[in-house]
Design a protein around this ligand. Sequence first.
Ligand code: F6R
Length: 612
Amino acid sequence: MCGIVGYIGKRNSLPIIMEGLKRMEYRGYDSAGVSIINEKNELISIKKAGKVSCLESELDIDVFNGNIGIGHTRWATHGVPNDTNAHPHFDMEENILIVHNGIIENYKLIKNRLLEEKYKFKTDTDTEILANLINYHYKNTNDFETSVRLALLEVEGTYGIACLCSKEPDKIVVARKGSPLMLGIGNQEMIVASDAAAIINHTKNVIYLEDGEMATLEKGSFHLKTVEDQDIFRDYQVLDFLLDEIEKGGYEHFMLKEICEQPDTIQNTFRGRINFDTGVAKLGGLQSVEEKLYNAKRIIITACGTAWHAALVGEYMIEHYCRIPVEVEYASEFRYRRPILNSDDVVLLISQSGETADTLAALKEARKFGATTIGVVNVIGSTIAREVDAGTYIHAGPEIGVASTKAFTSQVMSLALITLMIANEKKTETPETLIKLANELKHIPEKIAHMVSLKDEYKKVAMKFKDAKNFLYLGRGFNFPVALEGALKLKEISYIHAEGYPAAEMKHGPIALIDENMPVVFIAPQDKAYDKIISNIEEVRARKGVIIAIASEGDENITSYADHILRVPKTLALFAPIINIIPLQFLSYYIAAARGCNVDQPRNLAKSVTVE
Ligand code: F6R
C-alpha cells in the first residue's frame, strides 16, 4: 500500500527519504518517486514504475541535493502503475508538489471545475487534481498552508499528504484523513511518514496526526492545527520497538523469520494476562467494556482476509465455551449490507495493521448503532486501535511479510484469552476446565518451538509439490478456519490455486476436482472429529487424490491413509488452530520459495489495504 516519507532539517534529505522508501517496501507498491527542493529553491522530481531500486538507479545524487524533500511508494488506485501516474505530482504550473495516500472521491467534480478555470492535467490520478486545487487557492491567498487547508476542505475521501511549494521553499505541509501519518521529531529536523519504519532509525519521538489534522513543518519546528484552522498542542510519544525488530534477522525472508518467531510472539500475547492456578484471564484494555461483553446478547466479529479467518476461529471458541451467539462478517460486506445492530451488541474488530479501510468503515458503522466496539489489533497507535471503545493489543511485533503469519496465531490467542475471560465470568465452564485450558496454554510456545525445529521435515514435503497447479485444504470444526487460512497462505505467495473447505462439504462439489494430480491437505489431528476425517480421507484416496495429512505425533494409524505426513503436537481444541496452522505456513513458504516467488511482497498484494 502507498507510503509517504518526507524530511526537513540540516542534513541532505535524499538518503533519508530513499532509506525511508526502502523501509516501507514491505507494504507492497508498484512505483516510487522523490522530490527535493535544491539550493536554488527549485523543485526537482523523479518518479518511476517498479521498485525503489529502479528509481535509485536513475537518480543523479549531485542534482538531488537539498535539505527538504518528500518521497512516495504508490499502489495504484486511479490510473495504471506507470512513470506518469507515480507520485509526487506537480500542479499545472509546477509550483506545488504533492504525495498522497488514499482516494479523493469527488475528484471528477473538482477536475471539471478546474477544467473550466483552464487547468490542464497530465495524469489519470486523483492526486494531480489536489495539487491543482492547492494551486487554485494559492492564487487567491498567497499562503501555502492556507491553500492546502482550503483545498482539503473541499475534498471528500481519504488522504495522507505531504506537499512542497517552490514559492515557500522552507516548509513541508502535511495532513491526514483516514490514512495514517506521523511526525518524527528529531534534533533540529523533522521526518514525516505514513509508517514508523521510515522514522525509527532517526528518532523514536513521534506525534500521530489524527483525522482532519494538518501540520506545517519547518527546520526544527512544526505547527499543528485542524483543517478547520484550530491550533492543536500535542506532546510526542516514544516508539517502543527497535529497528532490528523490523529487519530480517538472518532469515532469507521476513515471512520465514515471522513464522519462526511464533514461540515468542504467542508468549507475548498471553504474558501477564492469565493466572495459571485459577485459569482466569484478564485483559487490561477491556476493563471498561467488560460488563458489556459479559452481558452481550450477540457478538459480531468483523475483519478481512487472514484476520477474518481468526474471527471464524473466534466464533467457534466463543460459542463453544461461552454460549454467546457469534456472527462473523467480512468487514467489506458488513459496511454495505444494512446490518442489524443494537446497542447491546458487541462488535469485535480484528486487524493486524489497524488501518484496513473496510474494517475501519465497519467500526464506524458499528458505532453509528451504538454497539460496543472492541479492537484486537497489532499495530500500536493505529487508527482502529485509537477509535474503538476498548481493545487489546496482540503484541506480535512488527509483521513485515505481506502474508500474515504470526499475527494470525496471536489474533487467535487473543480470542482464546477473551473466551477464557467470558467463560469464567459467565461460569459456562467449570474452574477445573479453565485450569486445564490455562495449563495447556502455558505449553503452546514450546509446542510451536518444537514444530519450528521440524521445519526441514516440512520442507521435504513442500519440495514434492512445488510444481502443483491446485491444492485442496480440508478440516472440520476448529480446523475448518485453519483449512481456509492454509489455502490463503499458499495461493497468495506461491500463486498456486488453492481452496479451503469444511471436510464434509467436499462431497457437495469439490470432490469432482479430485484426481491423481490434486494434492489434498487434511487437517487430521487425533481429536473428536478424527474418525470422520479418516472417512473423508478414504473418499479422496478412492479417487486417487494425493493425501497430505497434518497429524498428531504418535498417530501411527494415519500412515496407512496418508501419502505425506506433517506431524504436530497434540493439544486441546481451543488451541488447535494455533498449532495446526504452523506446518501449513511452512508448507506454503517453502513451496513459494522453491518456485522463486517474491515471498515477502507477492504480486498485486499490499500489507495494509487502506483503500476499499
Ligand atoms: C493475508 C493477509 C491479509 C490481511 C488482511 C487484513 O496473509 O495478510 O488477508 O489479513 O488484508 O489486514 P489487517 O489484519 O491488517 O486488517
